[in-house]
Ligand binder design. Structure first.
Ligand code: NAP
Length: 234
């Protein structure tokens, strides 16, 4: 299960109706069933977040079927690793398009209705790589570093409209991180960097996100919360 799926299930449990989007999502996906079993209204739409027109349509449809947008969990991300000297234009452009421009597209379109209703919670997703740097992913680190910087600017621009913008840096076992967390040659190096000495499952990311979407966090904006067992202490 990916982080987005865990967050969707957690938000449904917490009482949110949902518009779930990704490039390949379908009505038959387990996450859709899980959110509906929680008793919430769940709509599904195939969207490429790198495409501004599709993102605009996503927000229009959300407003049409759900009535309002209170939360944006800006989760979509890809990685295409290569050492700096081997990285192709395509690897650079693809990762920047989805992780950085996709995050921008969603914030920009969702901000409009949130500004009108004078409330909203936007949660973006960066990475330890975007804060500390890493080896073999200059495209991903540039995108995720950009997500963090952009989130802080958006937090400042949107504060007077009652819209909070925060960022999480998770570290959880998913399809994206499977290799680094299971390969015996790589996993020990990663584990050694985590003071708590273990990897987590995506559902351990959920409570912090639910909090950032709740009234209890109304005075918290522009912050980075690292949910990574102490790996990054900014
Ligand atoms: N797992 C970690 O430890 C970790 C650490 C730091 C940061 N992150 C970040 O956390 C987020 C979730 O990652 P994950 O680990 O859960 O990875 P994942 O399981 O690979 O999930 C990535 C999700 O993004 C969607 N997606 C990819 N490209 C998209 C696009 N162009 N438009 C719309 N949706 C798109 C994918 O769905 P489709 O393929 O159907 O489009 C998938 O649902 C990512 O931003 C990742 O960079 C994860």
């Amino acid at each position: 299960m990916g982080i987005g799926e865990s967050i969707a299930a957690g938000l449904a449990e917490a009482g949110a109706d949902l518009m779930l989007v990704s490039r390949r999502i379908s009505e038959n996906d387990e996450v859709v069933k899980a959110c509906r079993e929680a008793g919430r209204r769940v709509e599904v739409m195939q969207v490429d977040v790198a495409n501004r027109a599709q993102v605009k349509e996503m927000v229009e449809r959300t407003l049409a079927v759900l009535g309002r947008v209170d939360i944006l969990f800006n989760n979509a991300g890809i990685s295409k690793p290569a050492m700096l000297w081997n990285m192709t234009d395509e690897q650079w452009d693809d990762v920047i398009s989805v992780n950085l421009k996709g995050t921008f597209n969603c914030i920009a379109e969702v901000a409009k209705p949130m500004m009108e209703q004078k409330s909203g919670s936007i949660i973006n997703v960066t990475s330890s790589a975007g804060v500390l740097g890493t080896i073999g992913q200059v495209n991903y680190t540039a995108a995720k570093g950009g997500v963090l910087a952009m989130s802080r600017s958006c937090a400042k621009e949107l504060a007077k409209y009652g819209v909070t913008v925060n960022t999480i840096a998770p570290m959880a076992e998913t399809e994206m991180t499977k290799k680094i967390m299971t390969d015996p040659k790589i996993a020990p190096t990663y584990l050694a960097r985590i003071p708590m000495g273990r990897f987590c499952k995506p559902d351990e990311i959920v409570p912090a996100v639910v909090f950032l979407c709740s009234d209890g966090s109304r005075y918290i904006t522009g912050q980075l919360i690292c949910i990574d067992g102490g790996m990054v202490m900014p």
